[in-house]
Design a protein around this ligand. Structure first.
Ligand SMILES: *Cc1c(COP(=O)(O)O)cnc(C)c1O
Length: 455
């Protein structure tokens, strides 16, 4: 039975509470109701076709409805959909863990979960308990985490505790554990701090001051390597990530890299850490891990961290954490196929080539007077919208300029999302050069239209 758009719209507004959405505004607009996907396109229930310029929230790798991923899923579902990892093992989770560790030299164990936030939650608990397991007296005070200004690591309470996005997190302050914030190199908004090199030096000095003073109270530093996604695609200049690693080693705190957004080819290497030859103690993976098919996340760690949890049952060193669907077979088998296809299809190198072309094409957006900054790493792009290119002043939130731009883009056949004053273009990784050109042309027209309207 096929339902009409109007019927679905009515039920959507009656029953569904959408995430990160002001529902008062939402119910005043016509919802976009997706019915199917093919390659880099999404189709709504009215048959309209859109380029997927947000990779269905930064997850889609090979495109929608990929025959080989479909096949992997079909084969698995006819075997078994799910059994538990609590006290037993299953085939796809074994094979995927082996593959992930081959991709991460220096790491040796995989702990599964099902969302990025859970992968972060696990990383934090793991880091905290690691110190307690090694020496509960000596490391009794190692209870704090350091994270960057505007950090985003997910929405569960632990992940929010290390988050730095005031808009999302302010209200929950009383629920959170202690975090120490250090500045991140948001070059566009750091006039007066010098050039990129000086900004990186300044930020690292701030981190070093904190670590020097408080390392005995700090369990770990958590960072989104190379790009702070949800903060508005803040791209870190070269050397910042490596600098963080060096300081973590110097002061004896664990380094947690949250690759949930940047992992699996997004920034032009399979993992962002590769670009600065950084070897974290704990890594969080999610989003692109299943190619955008199913929820799955993983927290990877070193033999050293893992070994701290080994002991006799009565020593209480066990890691008491788990989720019902940990290591789900459907998710793991699709993830394994996703990685095989990334390799077989030369996806990462293609991303690099396409990213170069995209960078050239994006330049034209600077002609529009409300485009303040364009930031890009691989196929992760942020376009910061301002009232004035000189003052860098953003528009009042109530004007919803960025929201209006994305509605313009939708009319023209492109789906993107704003993050505050930043428009993000984060395409399906397999999107073709021609499709990306079309997308940037649509972006141009949509932003230019708004620039005219606000004149
Ligand atoms: C999206 C994201 C998360 C949270 O992942 P969910 O699957 O939404 O819980 C965590 N960290 C980063 C860097 C992210 O971009």
């Amino acid at each position: 039975m096929k339902y009409s758009y109007e019927q679905l719209e009515q039920w959507d507004k009656a029953y569904v509470w959408h995430p990160f959405t002001q529902m008062k505004t939402y119910v005043q607009e016509r919802p976009l109701i997706i019915e199917r996907g093919q390659g880099s396109y999404l189709f709504d229930v009215n048959g309209n076709k859109y380029l997927d310029g947000y990779a269905s929230l930064w997850v889609n790798v090979h495109g929608h409805n990929d025959p080989e991923l479909n096949e992997a899923l079909h084969m698995q579902i006819e075997t078994i959909a799910h059994s538990t990892l609590l006290g037993s093992a299953n085939v796809p989770s074994i094979l995927l863990a082996k593959k992930l560790i081959e991709l991460w030299p220096g790491l040796s164990k995989v702990f599964y979960s099902d969302t990025g936030a859970a992968a972060v939650e696990i990383a934090l608990k793991m880091a905290y308990q690691y110190w307690k397991n090694i020496d509960p007296v000596k490391y009794a005070a190692k209870n704090k985490f350091v994270s960057l200004k505007e950090a985003y690591h997910g929405d569960t309470v632990g992940a929010v505790s290390v988050g730095g996005m005031d808009l999302f997190h302010r209200i929950f302050k009383p629920l959170l554990f202690e975090r120490i914030e250090v500045p991140s190199p948001y070059v566009y908004r750091m006039d007066g701090y010098g050039d990129e090199v000086e900004i990186v030096r300044y930020c690292l000095q701030q981190l070093e001051d904190v670590l020097e003073r408080e390392h005995e109270q700090i369990a770990g530093v958590i960072v989104e390597p190379l790009v702070q996604g949800a903060a508005g695609i803040i791209t870190h200049p070269k050397g910042f990530l490596k600098g963080i690693e060096t300081l973590c080693r110097k002061y004896g705190v664990l380094l947690i890299c949250d690759e949930v957004a940047v992992g699996f080819g997004r920034t032009g290497t399979l993992f962002a850490c590769e670009q600065e030859d950084v070897h974290p103690d704990i890594v969080c993976l999610g989003k692109g891990i299943t190619g955008g098919y199913l929820p799955l996340a993983a927290t990877l760690t070193t033999e050293d961290v893992y070994a701290a949890f080994l002991g006799d049952v009565d020593e209480d060193k066990t890691f008491y954490h788990g989720h019902t669907y940990t290591g789900n077979q459907l998710s793991c088998s699709v993830a394994l196929k996703n990685i095989e296809l990334i390799e077989k299809r030369n996806l990462v190198e293609n991303v690099r080539k396409k990213a170069e072309k995209l960078a050239k094409k994006l330049e034209m957006l600077y002609e529009i007077p409300i485009v303040g900054d364009i930031r890009q790493k691989g196929l992760m792009t942020g376009i910061e919208i301002v009232q004035d290119q000189n003052t860098k002043q953003i528009f009042p939130r109530s004007e919803m300029i960025e929201h209006r731009i994305i509605l313009e883009a939708r009319k023209r056949g492109l789906i993107i999302r704003p993050l505050g004053p930043v428009l993000t273009f984060i395409p399906v990784l397999a999107m073709t050069e021609e499709q990306m050109e079309t997308a940037v042309n649509i972006l141009f027209d949509s932003i230019a239209e708004m620039a005219k309207a606000v004149r």
